[in-house]
Design a binder for this molecule. Sequence first.
Ligand code: CA
Ligand code: CA
Ligand code: CA
Length: 109
Amino acid sequence: MPTLKIKTLHCITTEDNMGNDECLLEVLGGGAQRSYSNNMNNGDTWELNDDVPFNNRVEVKLTDLDLGYWPDRHDNLGKHSINADPADNEKKTFKQDGAHYELTYSVVP
Ligand SMILES: [Ca+2]
Ligand SMILES: [Ca+2]
Ligand SMILES: [Ca+2]
C-alpha cells in the first residue's frame, strides 16, 4: 500500500490578520482519514512527521478555524490531490484567502 509521509507544514503568511491561525490539516480519501490541528503564526514550521497509508489517491486539505458560523466562518485555504507516484520531499502550496502555507511530503509507492 502506498504511504504518504507528511513531513512539515510551513506558514509563510497566516489567514487571520490578528495573531495565529487555528490550522486544521485533513488527509482524506483512498481509505485514509486523519486530521491534525495546531496554532501557527508567520514563519512557524510544524513538524508533523506522520505516515498515512492510502490507496490510489489521497486529498490533503487545509482550513483555518474561526467561529465556524456567520460572521466568521472557517476559511478554506486550499486542497490538493496526491497520487501514488513516488515523491521525495515535494511541496504543495495552500494560498487561498490571502494565506500562504507550504506542505512538504514524500510518497513511498
Ligand atoms: Ca480566519
Ligand atoms: Ca482562525
Ligand atoms: Ca473566517
